[in-house]
Ligand binder design. Structure first.
Ligand SMILES: [Ca+2]
Ligand SMILES: [Ca+2]
Length: 195
């Protein structure tokens, strides 16, 4: 609960309607209780950036990652706007090791899941791309190379499943991905990466 100021800051920058009136909600601490994987000391990588309380530094790239938990479903586009206003972007996953690291943060974050539906990530699919697997890209423009799609994903099973989210059980050994609809009611969190 240490990151309460974070949501207040979002309200100032993107408007509290972004979270359907959830003014003053608490943002859960991403570093807490990450199962058997010991959390990295967020202070270890502290530098001139404005790193949010609760963020965890991945030593391999020095980036900070924080899972923001909203009190109600949040659209992918809103999540990306909030991430940008925090000075970052929705998390982009370039390797299996980054996927595992982010998983350690995500699955240790209380409230990040509705059943197996986890947070938004920074992948998307242009509207004119071939379904279900063509054209996927990262918000940063970095190469779309590593993937961790869950079984039978991506499947575009509902209309416009063009946005990347986590769909996994917190006991899974890795973080499985799913293509989700931008406004799905299943997603209440997102992972912000600050470079
Ligand atoms: Ca799709
Ligand atoms: Ca899907």
């Amino acid at each position: 609960m240490r990151a309460r100021w974070l949501l207040a800051g979002m309200c100032a920058s993107v408007g509290c309607s972004a979270f359907d009136g959830a003014v003053g909600g608490d943002v859960e601490d991403a570093g807490a209780d990450a199962g058997s994987i010991p959390p990295v000391d967020a202070g270890a990588g502290a530098d001139a950036r404005s790193v949010p309380d609760g963020a965890v530094i991945w030593p391999e790239n020095g980036h900070a990652y924080v899972v923001v938990v909203a009190p109600s479903p949040v659209a992918w586009t809103v999540a990306q706007d909030v991430a940008a206003n925090m000075g970052g972007h929705l998390a982009t996953i370039g390797s299996a090791s980054e996927n595992l690291f982010v998983w350690s943060v995500v699955r240790g974050t209380p409230g990040a899941f509705l059943e197996k539906h986890g947070p938004w990530l920074g992948g998307f699919q242009p509207a004119d791309a071939g379904e279900p697997g063509e054209g996927w890209a990262w918000v940063t423009g970095e190469p779309w190379s590593f993937t961790a799609w869950g079984p039978s994903e991506p499947n575009d099973s509902r209309a416009d499943e063009d946005f990347l989210k986590v769909y996994a059980d917190t006991t899974d050994v890795t973080m499985y991905w799913d293509d989700g609809n931008r406004t799905t009611e299943d997603v209440v969190s997102f992972v912000v990466e600050l470079e």
